[in-house]
Write a protein of this length. Structure first.
Ligand code: SF4
Ligand code: SF4
Ligand code: SF4
Ligand code: FES
Length: 564
C-alpha cells in the first residue's frame, strides 16, 4: 500500500496513503479525542470534537473523515483547536441534561472524560435542558434521551454491524431524537437485544441495567474470554468489579465476531433467573438437601462403581474440552453428547457470509441460535443486496430478510435461484443438516456453513466423545450439564426412569426433579478452559470472578480417584 509522510504534533511518520488523520494519529500514538467516531463504524464527521488544524488549510477539519496527504502538517492541540473543542463541549453540555453526578455512567463516559480533559467547570451558555423521556421498555438496558448527544453511533452500529436497522433519528436540530422503527417504544420494536448500540454509546444515554452505577473506568477490570453459549465462539470481555461480573462486552479484536455479541452471550448469565447451586445437593425424603462434598462424591461414586460400564455419561456441549477429557479418562460407561452432533462438513469461516451473494438457510433460525451469524446474513441482505433464501416449514426470524421462502420439499426452486450465484453459501444448524446435504449435492459450488449444537461439541469430540445421546436404558446416569437449560424430552425421560442420576450443574433447573445428587459447577464467567468453535478454532475461556467452587475437572478427578 502507498505510504505518505505526515507530521502530527511535531512527530513525522509514514502512514498508508488512504488513512484519515485520525487513523494516522492512532498509528503514530497521538490521541485525538472523538465522540461520533468509533473504530468499528464508518465515520460521519458529525460531532466536530476531533477538529484539527492543518497547515495551509484555512478551516479546522475533522480528523475522523479528512484524508492525509504527503507532507501534511497537523496540529491536534493548538490553541485554536482547543478553543473549538471547548466550544463544542459547551454546546453539548448545555443542549441536554448532563449533570454527571446523577448519571449512572459517571466515571466511564467519554463526554465527561472530555469535559475534564478540556477543563469545563461551568456552563457558558444558557441551558436549554428540554425534559426528554426515558425509554425503559427494553429488558436489559434503558434509553435516556436526556443524556444523548446524537452522535448516531447506536444508529450506525445497529444498521451497519448488526444489519438490524432498528434505530434512526427523527426531528431536526434541538428536536432531534433517536427512535425505533415507526416510532414505537424500543421494547416493542424490531430490536433483538444484542446490545451493540449499548456497547458503542459514548455517554449514559444507553444504560445497562446490570451495571448502572456499578463502577467507574478505574474501578473495573476487564478479562478477555470466549463465549461458551454457542458454536460461533465469539470473543468477549467480562467487566468485573469486586469479584462480580457486571457487564459483558464484545471483543472488537476477536474473530469471528469482531466485537458483536448476541442477547444470550451478552445478557444471558447476568440476567439468569434459575436458582444457582452453591453446595452439593443430595436427594433425601424431603427432596434435595445440602450436603458436604465428601458425602456427595461418595454418594455418586457408589452407584457409578456398581453400574460400571452400564453407566451412561452425558456431556453438554457447553462443557469445556478439559472437563470432557477428565470424564473420558476417569469415569466408566458409555459417553454421549447431550445436544447431539452435527453431520456434514461446514467448517468454513463465518466471513463467508459477508461475501456470499446467495445464502440458503436450511431449517435453522439464526435469530434464535448462532445469532451473530444471523447478523452477517442481515448485513449482506441490507448492504450488499445478497439474496437470502429461507428453506423452512416453520416461521423463521430471517423471513423478513428473505428474498424467497420455500418449504424444504421445494428445494429445487431454491436451487434454481442459487445455481447462477457467484458465491452461494448453505447455512445450517443441527436440524437442517440433512437438507443442507441435499442442497450441497445440487449446488456443488456452494460453501457449507454449519453450526454444531452446543458451544464445544468439536472440542468434546476431540476428547473422544462424539456420539449423540440416545436413550439406552442405562440404570445410572452422570450428566455434565454446565449451564444447560434446553434439554431434550428424551434425555429427561431417560433420567426420570433411571435408578440413579448425578448431575454436575450450575443451576437447579431443569435437574431438580430428576437428579439424586447435584454437584455445583462454576459458570462460564468463573471457569478456565478451552472450547473449540464451529470453525475448529480453539478459544480460551478465562475466569473473571471466583465462585469458591472446585472446577469441573477437579470434581471429576476427585470422583475418579474414589472410583479407583
Ligand atoms: S440492541 Fe442490537 S438490534 Fe437492538 S437497537 Fe441495539 S444494536 Fe439494534
Ligand atoms: S444513544 Fe448514545 S450512541 Fe446513540 S446517539 Fe445518543 S449518545 Fe450517541
Ligand atoms: S453468537 Fe454464540 S458465541 Fe456469539 S455471543 Fe451469541 S451465544 Fe455467544
Ligand atoms: S469524532 Fe470526528 S466529527 Fe465526531
Amino acid at each position: 500500500m502507498d505510504q505518505v509522510k505526515v507530521t502530527i504534533d511535531e512527530t513525522t511518520g509514514s502512514v498508508p496513503a488512504n488513512s484519515t488523520i485520525l487513523n494516522a494519529a492512532r498509528l503514530m500514538g497521538v490521541d485525538i479525542p472523538t465522540l461520533c467516531d468509533h473504530p468499528a463504524i464508518e465515520p460521519i464527521g458529525a460531532c466536530r470534537i476531533c477538529l484539527v488544524e492543518i497547515e495551509k488549510q484555512r478551516a479546522l477539519q475533522p480528523a475522523c473523515t479528512f484524508q492525509v496527504s504527503d507532507g501534511m502538517v497537523v496540529h491536534t492541540e493548538s490553541p485554536r483547536v482547543v478553543e473549538s473543542r471547548r466550544f463544542v463541549l459547551q454546546l453539548l453540555f448545555s443542549e441536554r441534561n448532563h449533570f454527571c453526578m446523577f448519571c449512572q455512567m459517571s466515571g466511564s463516559c467519554e463526554l465527561q472524560d472530555l469535559a475534564y480533559r478540556y477543563g469545563l467547570d461551568h456552563w457558558e451558555y444558557d441551558r436549554a435542558f428540554p425534559k426528554l423521556s426515558v425509554d425503559a421498555s427494553r429488558e436489559y438496558f434503558a434509553t435516556d434521551h436526556n443524556r444523548c448527544i446524537l452522535c448516531r453511533r447506536c444508529v450506525r452500529a445497529c444498521h451497519t454491524l448488526v444489519g438490524n436497522g432498528t434505530l434512526g433519528v427523527k426531528g431536526r436540530g434541538v428536536e432531534a431524537m433517536i427512535f425505533a422503527d415507526a416510532d414505537v417504544p424500543l421494547g416493542e420494536s424490531s430490536c433483538v437485544s444484542c446490545g451493540t448500540c449499548l456497547q458503542v454509546c459514548p455517554t449514559g444515554a444507553l444504560m445497562d441495567r446490570a451495571s448502572a452505577f456499578m463502577g467507574a473506568t478505574d474501578e473495573i477490570d476487564r478479562t478477555k474470554t470466549t463465549c461458551t453459549f454457542c458454536s460461533v465462539g465469539c470473543g468477549a470481555e467480562l467487566i468485573t468489579r469486586d469479584n462480580r461480573v457486571i457487564r459483558v462486552e464484545g471483543d472488537w479484536d476477536a474473530e469471528p465476531n469482531h466485537g458483536l455479541l448476541c442477547e444470550i452471550g451478552r445478557f444471558g448469565l447476568l440476567h439468569e433467573t434459575r436458582r444457582r447451586v452453591r453446595r452439593p445437593l443430595i436427594r433425601g425424603e424431603k427432596g434435595l438437601a445440602e450436603a458436604s462434598w465428601d458425602e456427595a462424591l461418595a454418594g455418586v461414586a457408589g452407584p457409578l462403581r456398581a453400574a460400571g460400564d452400564k453407566t451412561c455419561v452425558v456431556i453438554s456441549g457447553l462443557a469445556s474440552t478439559e472437563a470432557a477429557r477428565a470424564i473420558v479418562q476417569g469415569l466408566p460407561g458409555e459417553k454421549a453428547l447431550m445436544e447431539g452432533a452435527l453431520s456434514g462438513d461446514g467448517r468454513s469461516p463465518l466471513s463467508v457470509l459477508d461475501e456470499a451473494d446467495v445464502c440458503l438457510v436450511a431449517k435453522t433460525d439464526l435469530t434464535l441460535n448462532y445469532q451473530v451469524a444471523g447478523f452477517a446474513i442481515k448485513r449482506g441482505a441490507h448492504h450488499r443486496g445478497a439474496r437470502v433464501i429461507v428453506l423452512d416449514d416453520r416461521e423463521n426470524g430471517l423471513d423478513p430478510w428473505a428474498f424467497r421462502k420455500f418449504a424444504p420439499e421445494e428445494l429445487s426452486k431454491a436451487v434454481a435461484i442459487a445455481k447462477d450465484a457467484q458465491q452461494p453459501a448453505i447455512v445450517y444448524g443441527p436440524g437442517g443438516a440433512a437438507l443442507a446435504a441435499q442442497l450441497a449435492r445440487a449446488l456443488p459450488r456452494a460453501t457449507l456453513v454449519g453450526f454444531p449444537p452446543g458451544a464445544n461439541s468439536l472440542g468434546i469430540a476431540s476428547a473422544g466423545v462424539s456420539a449423540p445421546f440416545v436413550p439406552n436404558g442405562a440404570p445410572v446416569y452422570y450428566v455434565l450439564a454446565a449451564e444447560s437449560e434446553q434439554v431434550s424430552d428424551a434425555l429427561l425421560d431417560a433420567l426420570r426412569w433411571a435408578e440413579f442420576v448425578a448431575v454436575q450443574a450450575c443451576f437447579r433447573e431443569p435437574w431438580e426433579d430428576v437428579a439424586h445428587v447435584i454437584l455445583p459447577s462454576p459458570t462460564a464467567h468463573e471457569k478456565n478452559g478451552t472450547v473449540t468453535n464451529r470453525e475448529g478454532r480453539a478459544g480460551r475461556v478465562v475466569a473473571a470472578a471466583t465462585s469458591g467452587l472446585p472446577s469441573e475437572v477437579e470434581v471429576i478427578e476427585r470422583l475418579a480417584a474414589l472410583l479407583g
